[in-house]
Design a protein. Structure first.
Length: 476
């Protein structure tokens, strides 16, 4: 790709571009360096470093005349990065179909269900919190929605592998920071909206506006799949000119569920579609997974896939990694590991867990550091209100003191049905050791994450693996 291919008015030499990047330390000779303004730093400070490493052109918001490098001034380097990445990886006007899922909770499960349900009719790729999956390839990554260069590199690889449909989680950060600007989504799914990420967005209104960007970008020939039971459903429907398809338990929805039944091993419900009704059986647990399944089936139908085939396939689907995942190692009580790290999600998980608990319900929960301190006491109150015993512990503290985070969680708390155990392994072990026949232990907040960041050190720790190993030693 030449610089002139993107900037026809470019007055410099016809430079061959070898890379598009925002990371000055990862430069290869011939790169275009994009100076991003971030939360903690400004890429304009690193242009000299990028040039010393071989960058030939800098994309900037402010030109620095003292620098001996061609600079192209743009209004927003975040937005420009997405355009450059799409050009560089030749993913503009991709032949693939894109399904974007956004909302506070349910993105990972819904995207994973779509990936599974469509797999016998289409070649499907997944991008989200659980990494990247397509064509028997699995790649880990740290962001729900990767930055534009990585995202379009993944799209390019998917195109080469002849992927038909991409099911991807779309975070509010990605929308606000223009990472998905150049993606022509065929279907957008709205799961739900509760308070989250206010450390980044500032206000709930800004958070909602960021989520709505996904729907504002849909064309009239596209489809918006919206949870009719969410209080903000009307605002999301009003934000798009696409065809709106509703799902929920409200009979006014296009896809709605009734006669919902649960047991420890799965769920059963009656699904009404625009054409007919079906009995759906699944190993997935809890009401929120019924919603996720409906969103996934509605998405597949919007892409023209066979509903009966999807319904037959959902019965075989295993639990999504780290989402309402049952751990059974022969113990006489239920153990559930879930990613719930926001108050509404935690409350939903605990309410379901109560339905499969004959005696005591335990929850192991913490709150992440370096973000959204307002929700910490809310999380604490949800835990002690909905569980018999709450075990407050460490959850991704980053550079904060875990004890200080727990102090925030219990601030002003009147309830006494909790213990504090800072070490996460000890906290989980305590709950599993205390639990007896008919009890249930919920380990919440981290799902299948492998890394626990503590004061600059990435500590390897996985809730699922630890729980399994502890139970195996005790019960086998």
């Amino acid at each position: 790709m030449l610089v002139k291919d993107i900037y026809p008015d470019w007055q410099g030499n016809s430079i061959e571009v070898t890379q598009v990047t925002y990371n000055s330390q990862a430069i290869i000779p011939g790169a275009i360096f994009v100076a991003l303004r971030g939360e903690n730093t400004d890429g304009h400070k690193y242009i000299s470093d990028a040039v010393s490493r071989g960058a030939q052109v800098a994309i900037v918001e402010v030109v620095d005349e003292s620098l001996d490098v061609p600079q192209i001034k743009v209004a927003n380097t975040q937005a420009e990065l997405a355009v450059l990445a799409a050009h560089f990886y030749q993913t503009l006007n991709s032949p693939m179909q894109f399904v974007g899922i956004t909302g506070t909770d349910g993105k990972t499960s819904t995207a994973s269900i779509i990936e599974y349900l469509l797999a016998d009719q289409k070649s499907v790729g997944y991008i989200g919190t659980n990494g990247v999956r397509f064509a028997d390839r699995v790649e880990p990554h740290t962001l729900t929605t990767p930055l534009a260069p990585e995202l379009h590199r993944i799209f390019s690889d998917m195109q080469k592998a002849e992927v038909d449909v991409v099911a991807m989680e779309v975070s509010s950060h990605a929308l606000a920071l223009h990472r998905v600007d150049t993606i022509d989504f065929d279907v957008a799914v709205f799961t739900n909206l509760t308070h989250d990420h206010l450390d980044f967005h500032g206000t709930f209104e800004n958070y909602m506006a960021a989520k709505q960007l996904l729907f504002r970008g849909l064309g009239a020939d596209k489809t918006a799949i919206i949870n009719i039971d969410d209080p903000y459903a009307k605002q999301f429907a009003a934000a798009t000119k696409a065809k709106v398809v509703y799902y929920g338990v409200n009979p006014k929805a296009d896809y709605w569920a009734e006669a919902i039944e649960f047991d420890q091993f799965g769920s059963k419900f009656q699904l009404h579609t625009p054409d007919e009704a079906y009995t759906v059986r699944t190993k997935l647990l809890a009401t929120f997974n019924i919603y996720n399944i409906m969103a996934a089936i509605a998405s597949g139908a919007a892409l023209g896939l066979d509903i009966e085939k999807m319904i037959a396939r959902i019965e075989m689907m295993p639990a999504v990694d780290g989402r309402m995942e049952l751990i059974n190692e022969g113990q006489p009580f239920a153990v559930v590991v879930d990613f719930a790290h926001a108050s509404a999600a935690l409350e939903n998980v605990l309410k379901f867990a109560r339905t499969i608990t004959a005696n005591k319900l335990y929850v192991v929960i913490g709150a992440a550091g370096a973000r959204d301190t307002i929700k910490r006491p809310v999380m604490g109150n949800v835990a002690v209100t909905n569980a018999d015993v709450a075990v407050f512990t460490t959850d991704d503290p980053y550079f904060e003191d875990p004890d200080d985070i727990i102090d925030d969680m219990v601030a002003g708390m009147i309830a006494t049905n909790y213990v504090r155990i800072v070490d996460r392994a000890e906290a989980i072990a305590y709950a599993l050791d205390q639990a007896g026949p008919g009890d249930c232990v919920v380990v919440a907040g981290r799902g299948n994450y492998d890394i626990l960041p503590i004061k600059g050190v990435d500590v390897h720790f996985n809730d699922i693996d630890f729980s399994r190993e502890f139970l195996q030693k005790k019960y086998k």
